[in-house]
Design a protein around this ligand. Structure first.
Ligand code: SF4
Ligand code: SF4
Length: 331
């Protein structure tokens, strides 16, 4: 099978970055996230990144359009929803599944978000199979194969001496052709898929949750949550945003920025009413959205088992323990 020798990886990345905007997982200022490649930046490939690649399609803050008003006249200036061709290198299977969830939300059901589409349509994704699972990973309980990402354009497998690479889409085949001179025949076999030690039992969960909206368990589960929103900001599938405007150089600029269902203001209405007034309703919303509403609407979980929220929640509100408790209580 063709591949890239480890000793040739930086050469390959330099060739790709000469033609495309290339993003690789890297550690910068103590945080691992996808960064624009440069030859001084060593790719971080030993584990998944702390921040997911969702910000490359759905940035934390994004300008949408500008407008000016003159008496009764409103002049709208559309900001181009375009993007240069980009390549994402080293996306893990859980994050690839999460990009599939974002595709459903931003491009599915007859509604297309032009800003998301411009970036997504111009992106080629090279996924990297995991060769070991972290203690907080439970992707194989959420329908993800940690060693394969069918939604990617290319799939890479790390071996002792290199990275085997295979095309999964036509764009992937063209890409391999384009960089064929950087590839060589590697003798190693694809590694075995790792098994996650952390598990979540999800059989029958959607049907059970459909009967649990008013259950007293939500008050108990939400007791220790401090509504900081860390879980939603780190989650690769969370996609709620707020739209605001600011005056810049005499123009009003409309922009959107990430928001979180864990915040009280998220559902606060202009008249003062709040349909989710306490953390019980907000925590319930977070879990029902991922474990009931998303499967009902899109036929897939809104959680891909990446474990980021487990790792970083300051009060240790662990989604796998929540799932266990939801299964144990009487509906
Ligand atoms: S990270 Fe933990 S404490 Fe913060 S909002 Fe999420 S569940 Fe609550
Ligand atoms: S809910 Fe937690 S474990 Fe699931 S995808 Fe989001 S961050 Fe990852």
């Amino acid at each position: 099978m063709k591949g890239i020798k480890k000793s040739q990886l930086s050469n390959f990345l330099q060739q790709v970055s000469a033609k495309y905007s290339l993003y690789v997982p890297a550690q910068v200022d103590g945080v691992t996230r996808f960064q624009k490649y440069s030859s001084e930046r060593e790719p971080f490939l030993t584990a998944n990144t702390q921040l997911s690649p969702k910000e490359l399609f759905f940035p934390q803050t994004e300008q949408l359009y500008c407008y000016e008003t003159h008496k009764q006249e409103v002049k709208v200036e559309e900001l181009a929803a375009s993007s240069e061709p980009q390549v994402l290198f080293g996306v893990r299977p859980c994050d690839m599944q999460a990009i599939g969830v974002l595709d459903d939300v931003f491009l599915g059901k007859g509604y297309e978000d032009v800003y998301y589409r411009a970036k997504r349509a111009n992106t080629l994704i090279i996924a990297l199979a995991c060769s070991q699972a972290e203690a907080t990973c439970f992707c194989d309980s959420m329908g993800v194969d940690p060693a394969f990402a069918p939604q990617a354009d290319l799939m890479m497998y790390e071996t002792e001496d290199g990275y085997l690479i295979e095309a999964l889409s036509d764009q992937g085949k063209d890409f391999l052709q384009e960089f064929s001179s950087a590839l060589e025949e590697l003798r190693s076999e694809k590694p075995q898929a790792p098994a996650c030690e952390l598990k979540a039992e999800t059989d029958g969960l959607v049907e059970k949750l459909q009967k649990m909206f008013e259950h007293s368990v939500w008050a108990e589960l939400s007791r220790k949550c401090i509504n900081c929103g860390t879980c939603t900001y780190l989650c690769p599938t969370c996609h709620c945003f707020d739209i605001e405007s600011k005056t810049r150089g005499g123009k009003e600029v409309k922009f959107r920025c990430w928001d979180s269902c864990m915040y009280k203001e998220y559902t606060l209405m202009a008249g003062g009413h709040n349909p989710r007034p306490t953390k019980k309703e907000r925590v319930r919303q977070r879990f029902l959205h991922k474990l009931q509403y998303m499967p009902e609407r899109y036929g897939k979980w809104g959680c891909v088992g990446c474990g980021r929220c487990i790792d970083k929640c300051p009060v240790n509100l662990d989604i796998t323990k929540v799932i266990r408790e939801l299964r144990e209580v009487e509906a």
